[in-house]
Write a protein that binds this ligand. Structure first.
Ligand SMILES: CC(C)(COP(=O)(O)OP(=O)(O)OC[C@H]1O[C@@H](n2cnc3c(N)ncnc32)[C@H](O)[C@@H]1OP(=O)(O)O)[C@@H](O)C(=O)NCCC(=O)NCCS
Length: 242
């Protein structure tokens, strides 16, 4: 009985979170949110499936999770631990793995994966702190920790821990802001990293050109093969602003 009371409280807090964080849900009744917000429905079903899973019931939790995926497009393993006031905006395409742990007041957009890398056993899914926001299409892979208040950009692929308050974007994900301030300094420039292979090809190409020109001087003829192709200089802004 106590468990069900907890589930009802959690569901009410989740509906309030949807109204709070989705501008489209501002003046919408609780009944309408429960009947037409796929992310809220998926979470509601998960709260029940998780309670049944914790109670040790076989089969039913997984069946509930499977049916929920068929209806909402959101797949949450019954064992996943999800804190209060969780909100999945738009629902569809979200996958939350078995050993994932999610703190309080977390928001996920559509297409987010909290998955494993495919090689581990045991704890193999991410742990998200409180007040984390994960943008649409982001993939968080492996038993990584995402600190409180972190923001993960849309389509980011995160395979390493994220510090609290950091904004992480790109593939692989890298911090561009911490506590709202841009990351500064040479280590912050993730775009213009040294490229040893390009440097080696450039040096070799220059040496071949020098040798050819010396041969041409000796033979009194023309340099064979014409000009070597020029390697394009990398340009453009750093996404880190560094
Ligand atoms: C990551 C995010 C939270 C950053 O917001 P912000 O704090 O306002 O940061 P900024 O817009 O100042 O961006 C900082 C830098 O990261 C880059 N960036 C931002 N989001 C990015 C993303 N998803 N992928 C790659 N680069 C991104 C910006 O171009 C900027 O680069 P610069 O320093 O070279 O100018 C936001 O861009 C985002 O992706 N939110 C998710 C929204 C979403 O999924 N909506 C779905 C609605 S249906």
């Amino acid at each position: 009985m106590k468990g069900w009371k907890r589930v009802i409280h959690e569901v009410m807090a989740d509906v309030a979170a949807a109204r709070d964080r989705d501008p489209a849900a501002q003046k919408v009744s609780t009944f309408e949110i429960l009947s037409s917000w796929a992310g809220v429905q998926a979470l509601l079903a998960h709260r029940v499936a998780h309670a049944l899973y914790e109670a040790g019931l076989p089969f039913l939790p997984r069946l509930l999770s499977y049916l929920t995926r068929a209806v909402t497009g959101v797949e949450i393993h019954p064992a996943a631990r999800i804190g209060r006031e969780f909100f999945i905006d738009h629902g569809s395409g979200v996958v939350i793995g078995e050993t994932a742990e999610i703190g309080e007041r977390v928001t996920l957009y559509q297409g987010v994966t909290l998955g494993g890398t495919g090689f581990q056993r045991g704890k193999r899914h991410p742990t998200l702190g409180d007040n984390v926001t994960v943008g649409s299409g982001a993939k968080l892979l492996g038993p990584i920790a995402v600190g409180d208040g972190a923001k993960i950009g849309a389509n980011t692929v995160v395979i390493e821990d994220v510090p609290p308050g950091a904004t992480v974007v790109g593939n692989p994900g890298h911090p561009v802001k911490v506590d709202g301030k841009r990351v500064e300094g040479p280590d912050a420039d993730w775009i213009h990293l040294p490229d040893p292979i390009a440097e080696a090809i450039k040096t070799l190409s220059q040496r071949i050109a020098d040798l050819e020109s010396r041969l041409a001087d000796l033979d009194g003829g023309e340099t064979p093969g014409g000009e070597p192709p020029q390697l394009r200089e990398r340009t453009g802004r750093s996404s880190a602003g560094g």
